[in-house]
Design a binder for this molecule. Sequence first.
Ligand SMILES: Nc1ncnc2c1ncn2[C@@H]1O[C@H](COP(=O)(O)OP(=O)(O)O)[C@@H](O)[C@H]1O
Ligand SMILES: [Mg+2]
Length: 414
Amino acid sequence: MSPGLPTAQSPAPPTEATTAMIEGSGLSKVYGLSEPRAAALLQGAHPAPSIAAAGGNLAVHDVAFTVDQGELFVIMGLSGSGKSTLLRMVNRLVEPSSGTVHIDGADVTGMEPAALRELRNRHISMVFQHFALLPHRTVRENAAYGLQIRQLPVRERLERADAALHQVGLGDRGDVRPHQLSGGMRQRVGLARALATDADILLMDEPFSALDPLIRRDMQDLLLRLQAERRRTIVFVTHDLNEAMRIGGRIMVMKDGRVVQCGTGPEILSSPADAYVSDFVSDVDRSRVLTAGAVMRPALLTATVDEAPAAVLDRLANAEANGVFVLGDDGRLLGVARDEDLAAALRDGEPDIAGRVADTFDVVPPDLPLSDLLHLAGRNVVPVTVVEDGRLLGVVPRAAILSAIAMPGRSGRA
Ligand SMILES: Nc1ncnc2c1ncn2[C@@H]1O[C@H](COP(=O)(O)OP(=O)(O)O)[C@@H](O)[C@H]1O
Ligand SMILES: [Mg+2]
């Protein structure tokens, strides 16, 4: 058992700071050549052409990445770009030709067979596109399958399987056979099998790619819900940027075995690294990916409760605006003062604007997608307001939404 890894019985205490859970460094994989031959060519000046000339296939070339504990990290790229090979090098289902993998500080690449088995059985679960369920076993037995290698009593295994089936919405299907389930449900059983093991790391290789779009969306939602309930470290492989954007925190884009870009969805959308990434980006529904926080601007017009109505009205007139955000002494957002109410305060001789703060404006959290706030734009005297923990983060003017959603031309393409 590697020292740094928590056991299933005593999970690691939650930490505030992000810690690296999976670290890959200098990872390469050559298929079709002997290991020494591959290693020698990888050290050369031009590995790719020399490996090809020798009849080998450089499937992954010098890839480094870090996945934080509790992160949902996506690897995205066209078919053949090396995603599956890279994913399988994490638990050495594919043996790297060069480079290292560390999991929770432990060097996986140098691990003895017994420690590697322990790592795979206890800490890592895999979910594949075509999940091979055992046809003659019940759904419950299938979900319990990953626990067989553990020395657990049968009863406990089946109880855990039932709990996992319940989590994926199949709590009442434990007794049926796989063929009685739809494709989407069978894929849920695969997910339940991974969850039942209580692994802290899930490696998911295109787990939803074979599903119909609507079911696929359900599965993505389910995964996000499960992740919100109990954060696992997940590496999720997909060839679909929409899926990547929907579920991933960070997305690593691969092409021909190399990393071409790594960043958040909005980062990749706003500045794709090259024409390959731009091509993916052109298929993305930007309004669903871009968030209020990604496109907001600073709020230019603010006032404090103790200001005089005349001074605030003056500022509104200069800015040609109809309303102003009112902040308390502690900087928290109290509300909005409209020009007509400020005029009334002035007429009535009120010393400050405290009595004229209204709540007629729309507040959204920074992670709300633009598609969900477009209908709010332009409804009030102030723009859609982005607030977190009572503080004014910024505003989303209607024009900012429209310009963010408008498709830029495919950069670098004829
Ligand atoms: N077991 C293997 N033997 C030989 N070549 C392989 C093997 N697995 C994958 N490849 C090759 O390695 C490259 C990357 O494949 P893969 O990792 O499966 O990419 P992806 O998952 O992105 O489709 C491809 O050219 C593929 O043909
Ligand atoms: Mg693959």
